[in-house]
Design a protein around this ligand. Structure first.
Ligand SMILES: NC(=O)c1ccc[n+]([C@@H]2O[C@H](COP(=O)([O-])OP(=O)(O)OC[C@H]3O[C@@H](n4cnc5c(N)ncnc54)[C@H](O)[C@@H]3O)[C@@H](O)[C@H]2O)c1
Length: 337
């Protein structure tokens, strides 16, 4: 019997995951999907197969479905994940866990009562160049001391992503991604945050779409983070483009990675530049294919580096501290669990 996947939310990212599944886990079968917009689901099923479910309950109660991919707006992540836990499904939840930390913790509590295999889609962890960065940091036994990181995107926060009811703006959309990446690569929880936000060509009735953040980690590493959605198409597709840049400083050398392209590392004496070999499709370069294959390993109880629910809830705690810092104009300690 094939492993069967149901999609809840069949928009842009669902299509990317379905493409990744087709390539990496061809033994899986897409059972269909549910979307509040019927036509979105119809298009999805016409490409990837399966049936259109008339409600989320109908999809979750289908005993032939093993795993659900939850790819909706942020406001429904907690409710759908809780229902999926109760129905015993394996869960791939797109980031972030929730619009706020309180809801994220509520889901964690529910999951602990019904601990199904669960991952959250922080794909930056497993882009080819970030995996290479991790490999080199380990190989050189590098001890990071400071970093700078930035994330851009094409303008996307003028839609639901910038609405506080559905998306949450820059700190929720991009911040949670980057806080997870920082803690994962630098191997330490974030301890303190000082943040401010800005509206860049963004209507004031929406949440800010830009943020500057100072970050301190428990292990003593410190760094800066800049995020906004004022990039253009070329940021996404140009090899070596700068949608994400992560520079890590250590006594063993400087490591500089464009998460979707090139890694450079070295000292004054030697500089090495590597572009990970492989395909040039978005699914590969942005880590979604690695996510699909690692999720399959997780379901086979193997060790992976994809994000657990606990870790994703920690990212929500940092977002909460960053929001408080913006409101109170001061450094704020991150309070976990
Ligand atoms: N990891 C990444 O790199 C990455 C990139 C893009 C988006 N995302 C995340 O993926 C999720 C979806 O984003 P997207 O870009 O695909 O958005 P999208 O708007 O293209 O698609 C979302 C789909 O969900 C549907 N939907 C919304 N609310 C629903 C509900 N309550 N029940 C059922 N369907 C509902 C919409 O009709 C739409 O078809 C978000 O969590 C977003 O943050 C992650």
């Amino acid at each position: 019997m094939k492993h069967r996947i149901g999609f809840i939310g069949t928009g842009e990212i669902a299509i990317i995951h379905a493409n990744s599944i087709r390539i990496e886990n061809p033994e899986w079968e897409i059972a269909g999907g549910y979307d509040v917009i019927d036509s979105a689901c119809r298009i999805f099923c016409s490409i990837y197969g399966g049936r259109i479910y008339q409600s989320v309950e109908a999809l979750l109660q289908d005993q032939t479905i093993d795993t659900v991919y939850i790819c909706t707006r942020h406001d429904s992540h907690v409710t759908y994940s809780e229902e999926a836990c109760k129905n015993g499904k394996n869960i791939f939840l797109e980031k972030p866990v929730a619009l706020n930390y309180e809801d994220a913790r509520k889901l964690l509590k529910c999951w602990k009562q019904r601990p199904v295999p669960f991952t959250v889609g922080y794909n930056m962890r497993v882009t080819p160049s970030i995996l290479l960065l991790k490999e080199k940091l380990e190989e050189h036994n590098a001890k990071p001391e400071a970093f700078r990181l930035n994330m851009t995107g094409t303008p996307f926060m003028q839609g639901w992503a910038g609405d506080e009811r559905y998306g949450g703006g820059v700190l929720v959309c991009q911040g949670s991604h980057m806080f997870d990446l920082i803690a994962h690569i630098l191997k330490s929880p974030i301890s303190e945050i000082c943040a401010d936000t800005q509206w860049l060509h963004q209507p004031k009735e929406l949440e800010p779409n830009s943020a500057i953040v100072l970050v301190k980690l428990e292990n003593g590493v410190c760094g800066t983070l800049l995020m906004h959605d004022r990039g253009n198409k070329s940021y996404h597709i140009e090899p070596g483009g700068g949608m994400i840049n992560f520079t890590i400083y250590s006594e063993q050398g400087t490591y500089d990675v464009d998460a979707y392209g090139r890694l450079r590392y070295g000292t004054n004496d030697e500089l090495v530049s590597i572009i990970p070999s492989g395909q040039n499709d978005i699914e590969y370069r942005w880590g979604y294919r690695n996510e699909a294959s690692q999720f399959s390993k997780l379901l086979a109880s193997q060790v992976t580096s994809i994000c657990t629910l606990d870790e994703a809830v920690n990212a929500a705690a940092v977002v909460e501290a960053a929001k408080k810092s913006v409101r109170e104009h001061r450094w704020v300690s991150v309070v976990y669990g």
